[in-house]
Design a protein around this ligand. Structure first.
Ligand SMILES: *[C@@H]1O[C@H](CO)[C@@H](O)[C@H](O)[C@H]1NC(C)=O
Ligand SMILES: *[C@@H]1O[C@H](CO)[C@@H](O)[C@H](O)[C@H]1NC(C)=O
Length: 368
């Protein structure tokens, strides 16, 4: 195997035996004229290996996505099979009257920002899980595929640095075609998981005919702050009307850029569309910028501490019982969340549908 490998020094390797056997015993025709101890020979490589593993460990602790990437090598689940199983749903529900009534009363148009590369990955999973609970869903991407639930965005450049233009394009499209058909417009990514029933419950405390928007509230850059893009945000139809008819026509409301959430937040602020309170009466957030366990364990990225308008809580205080979104959810995890939320019940316990004080009917007042 490694017979021709040359090492420094006068170590001649004429061996034909596999590499590992070579070091089993040192007899044989291996002429070792080396004065340095054997291990020193490999010190250089040993050090390099240590440094590389240290750096990768460091990176792994930094990024949950990297952990996902590594774990994807040993946990291969058949996403398509599970999607099909979910479509033949055999879960028994005690009573979905509360959710069914809300579905008719609070109509939500979901806009999922995605790319054609995700047509066979994320999109079928979204479409089989929370997507089914939108009153209408549009997948926004640039593709040749023609389908009623795909909004073709080829007119805007398809790249991360043109996200703002993409979102403006789709909001304008909704304004032109659907303004009166839906009460709220939800913007989500294809790695956002949305619990639509809880979103409707939260929105039942707010008025679609008043300008306003809700999401995970960041306190940076703007006087009224803005909502995290990945956690998803929802704009009242009155708010949509105001921002399209007003701010989108003005200078100062960014026409394009990569920080879609900040840019749209700027436009909404200019248009006089205020952030509404989205945490529950115990101060627990409903929209979340990361996965449920990151919020629960308190292992969210460092920036969030600085960015959070309401402050960070981990453990039991991390998340409302009526949480609405989680972000950075890959297809496997999305299926798992769906399994736990909709296909697992705790026998004999049911939440009432007539809770009237869980959320506040308030605007967030800007910090002066
Ligand atoms: C289901 O719940 C609603 C209230 O949300 C109630 O009015 C109705 O009677 C319940 N139906 C059944 C079959 O329990
Ligand atoms: C989503 O699911 C619906 C209903 O099963 C289907 O008609 C539609 O084509 C799917 N959309 C995409 C983009 O896969």
């Amino acid at each position: 195997m490694l017979a021709n490998m040359r090492y420094r020094g006068r170590l001649c390797l004429k061996y034909h035996r596999p590499f590992w056997k070579l070091y089993l015993k040192y007899r044989g025709r291996l002429c070792m004229k080396y004065h340095r101890p054997f291990w020193k020979l490999y010190l250089k490589y040993l050090c390099a290996a240590c440094v590389i593993s240290f750096i990768s460990m460091f990176c792994v602790t930094l990024s949950e996505d990297l952990v996902d990437w590594f774990s994807s090598f040993h946990t291969k689940i058949d996403v398509n099979r599970i999607v099909q199983e979910f479509q033949k749903d055999k879960t028994i529900y005690e009573n979905t009257t509360g959710a069914d009534e809300m579905f008719k009363k609070i109509r939500i148009l979901c806009l999922v920002i995605t790319t054609s590369g995700h047509l066979n990955k994320q999109i079928p999973v979204v479409n089989a899980t929370w997507g089914t609970r939108c009153n209408k869903i549009l997948y926004v991407m640039c593709t040749d595929k023609k389908q009623p639930d795909i909004l073709n965005s080829c007119d805007v450049k398809e790249s991360k640095s043109h996200l703002t233009r993409k979102v403006r394009f789709m909001l304008r499209y909704v304004y032109l075609h659907y303004l009166n058909d839906y009460d709220w417009i939800l913007k989500a990514d294809d790695d956002t998981y949305v619990i639509m029933e809880n979103l409707r419950f939260l929105l039942s405390f707010h008025n679609r005919d008043l300008p306003g928007y809700l999401g995970y509230h960041f306190n940076m850059h703007l006087k009224q702050g803005y909502m995290s893009g990945g956690a998803g945000y929802v704009i009242s139809r009155s708010g949509l009307k105001k921002v399209i008819e007003g701010a989108f026509k003005e200078n100062g409301c960014p026409p394009d850029g990569k920080d879609e959430d900040l840019d749209i937040g700027k436009c909404l602020q200019m248009a006089g569309v205020p952030p509404l309170v989205s945490y529950d009466k115990y101060g627990r957030e409903t929209f979340h910028t990361d996965k449920v366990w990151q919020h629960f364990y308190g292992t969210v990225p460092q920036y969030l501490k600085k960015y959070s308008w309401n402050g960070l809580n981990d453990g039991g205080g991390c998340c409302s019982q009526f949480s609405v979104t989680f972000h950075h959810v890959n297809p496997q995890t999305m299926l798992l969340m769906h399994q736990m939320l909709y296909r697992t019940s705790v026998y004999g316990r049911q939440t009432p549908t007539d809770i009237t004080d869980m959320f506040h009917i308030a605007k967030v007042l800007p910090v002066l």
